[in-house]
Ligand binder design. Structure first.
Ligand SMILES: Cc1cc2nc3c(=O)[nH]c(=O)nc-3n(C[C@H](O)[C@H](O)[C@H](O)COP(=O)(O)OP(=O)(O)OC[C@H]3O[C@@H](n4cnc5c(N)ncnc54)[C@H](O)[C@@H]3O)c2cc1C
Length: 126
């Protein structure tokens, strides 16, 4: 790659699979490969190895008719669960929401509102 770093983790099969995606994106960005600074090809095995994802999955899928993701509470006192295996489910926004739901279950509504005053104001962040 031009001036970039290429991590040498590309088996032939991985490279073949990635080629399909490269060709699709090159229809929109023809010089895609020239623009790459760092290339790392990930597969379900990568997710399994580095994120301890069960069989490298994207995240758990529970069909609506089959039940719901578990909430944050557990039978063990002081132990809570959050993340994409819990309500409301997969994806970064849902995972953030699971943290919010859990935090809200730990403090009362007035306490939660009171904590907002500890946040820096939007203007002080600029
Ligand atoms: C290829 C791919 C693309 C995605 N694209 C999008 C997208 O475009 N938009 C979107 O919203 N979501 C996307 N997602 C889903 C999103 O990434 C996940 O839902 C979200 O990251 C899950 O967050 P989490 O905190 O629950 O788990 P993770 O992000 O998996 O974090 C769990 C962490 O715990 C660590 N860990 C695991 N076991 C241990 C242990 N025993 N000890 C210490 N640490 C441990 C892991 O290393 C990891 O850092 C994508 C997922 C994948 C795999």
């Amino acid at each position: 790659m031009k001036g970039g770093k290429k991590i040498n983790n590309t088996s032939t099969k991985k490279r073949e699979k990635a080629e399909t995606l490269f060709r699709a994106i090159e229809k929109i960005i023809p010089d895609l490969r020239d623009r790459i600074v760092l290339e790392m090809i990930g597969t379900p095995l990568t997710h399994s190895r580095f994120l301890r994802r069960y069989r490298g999955t994207y995240g758990p899928a529970i069909a609506a008719k089959e039940g719901r993701f578990p909430g944050c509470k557990t039978p063990i006192k002081g132990l809570y669960r959050v993340g994409d295996s819990t309500l409301p489910g997969i994806g970064v926004p849902a995972v953030a929401a699971s943290g919010i739901l859990c935090a809200n279950s730990l403090v009362s509504r007035p306490e939660s509102v009171g904590l907002l005053s500890l946040l820096p104001s939007a203007s002080s962040l600029q």
